[in-house]
Design a protein around this ligand. Sequence first.
Ligand code: 13P
Ligand code: ZN
Length: 270
Amino acid sequence: MTLSILDGRPELKRKIYEVAEVAGYLWQKGWAERNGGNITVNITEYVDDAMRSLPALSAPVAIGLTLPHLKGNWFYCKGTNRRMRDLARAPMDNGSIIRITDDCAHYEIVAEKPVKPTSELPSHLAVHNDFVERGVDYKASVHTHPIELVAMSHTDKFLKKDVLSNLLWSMIPETKAFCPRGLGIVPYRLPGSLALAEATIAELQDYDVVMWEKHGVFAVGPDVLEAFDQVDVLDKSARIYMCARSMGFEPDGMTSAQMKEMSVAFNLPK
Ligand code: 13P
Ligand code: ZN
C-alpha cells in the first residue's frame, strides 16, 4: 500500500476531506459543470517539520504577484482543469499541496502528485494574503458557478451596489442571519486575471461573498463549509425570487422594518 502524506496527520486529513465534501455538494447542486469552480485552503497550521523538509515536486512557478504575508504559507488547491466530482472522491489526485517560496512570488508543488493548481490561483492567494495581513482568521476560499445567482448578474439593475444583496436578504430571514455581510459585486474581468484578483480583494473588505459578474461567486470563511453555506443561503433566496416570478408575480420581500428588526435582534453588522 502506498503511503499518503495524510497518513498520521488526522487534522490535515480532516481539512482536505472537508474540501472533498464541499466539492461533492457543488457538483450535486449543478454549480460545477466540467472543471467549473475552485477551492483553496490555508493549511499552514497543520504543517510539521517532516513536511517542511519534503523536496518540491515542481520547479518554482511564478504567481504573477508578490504576496509578502504568505511567506512560509502552505495551501491545498484544486487542480486546474480538474472536476469537482472527481475531487470529491479523490482529493489528492485532483488537487495538490503547495508552499509559497521565500521570495513570496512563486509556489512549489510539494504533495502528493504534480497536479497544477487552479487557474484562479492569483485571486485565491491574493485573498489569503489579505487575510493574513489584516489578521482575519479566514482559511478557505471557494469559487463556484451557481446557476440562479449567475443568471441574476446578467442585468444591470442587480449590479448596482447592494441592490441584489437587499433583494436576496428580503426573500427569507435566514439569508440575512447567515450571510450578514451580504453579496458584493465585482464587474466582469477576465477569468484567472490579476485584475480579477485585485477587484475581488477590494470588494471582500466589505463582504464575505462576491459576485463575479456573468461568471460565478467567490466566497470566503473560517473553513470551507462555512464559505459554502453562505453561497447556499444566497442561492436559496435567488431560487425563491425566481420561483415567485415564474408564478407570475414580483415577490414583495420582507419590509425594511422587518429587515432592521432582524439586524437588531441578531446583532448583525448591516
Ligand atoms: P480551474 O479548472 O482552472 O480551477 O478553472 C475553473 C474556473 O471556474 C475558472 O474560473
Ligand atoms: Zn469560474
